[in-house]
Design a protein around this ligand. Structure first.
Ligand code: MN
Length: 198
């Protein structure tokens, strides 16, 4: 089984002007594709050749295999965390759970922004299930909640390649734009519902 590069859930220019098709052409077409190609090269002819992507991420030791597998998974998850019609507010049980863990949706947004802006170097900022509630966690490089047994609900990629062509060094503007114009709350709610009672 070859690991596939999943199609984007929208057209290359659908997130413009917030994320340009030029960024997508490099971030999806070059970076994400390279992780897929690298991973396939690493598992070809090994006992992992038929393993699922999730199983590889959960079991790989730190190193190239883990880094490429996790980056494939992280990026696929990230594309789905954005929508051309994103932004707005969560509703229903998800909104209630966010309010219970962070005080309010606005307080969550402020904390998520602060953590994403403060995530030093290359990495990811996540909303995950943790214990009985929700938590924001930051991971470095390729690291992912999937490797730590935490169900991911939302992520933002804060590697410079995610925003540099559109925002240069202005990571706070990228994070604000992600939250206000791109965040796909329907996807977060679906992840929340799928992991209820787990
Ligand atoms: Mn990336």
């Amino acid at each position: 089984m070859t690991i596939e590069l999943p199609p984007l859930p929208y057209a290359d220019d659908a997130l413009a002007p917030h994320i340009s098709d030029r960024t997508i052409s490099f971030h999806y077409g070059k970076h994400h594709a390279a992780y897929v190609n690298n991973l396939n090269g690493l598992i070809e002819g090994t006992e992992l050749a038929d393993a699922s992507l999730e199983d590889i991420v959960r079991t790989a030791e730190p190193g190239g295999l883990f880094n490429n597998a996790a980056q494939v998974w992280n990026h696929t998850f990230y594309w789905n965390c954005m929508s051309p019609n994103g932004g707005g507010e969560p509703t229903g049980e998800l909104a209630a759970a966010i309010a219970a863990s962070f005080g309010s949706v606005d307080a969550f947004k402020a904390q998520f922004k602060a953590d994403a802006v403060g995530n030093f170097g290359s990495g990811w900022t996540w909303l995950v299930r943790k214990g009985d509630g929700l938590a924001i966690v930051k991971t470095d490089d390729a690291d992912t909640p999937l490797a730590h047994g935490h169900a991911a609900l939302l992520t933002i990629d804060v590697w410079e390649h995610a925003y540099y062509l559109d925002y240069q060094n202005a990571r706070p503007t990228y994070v604000d734009t992600f939250i206000e114009h791109l965040l796909n709350w329907d996807f977060v709610a679906a992840n929340f519902a799928a992991t209820s009672g787990v």
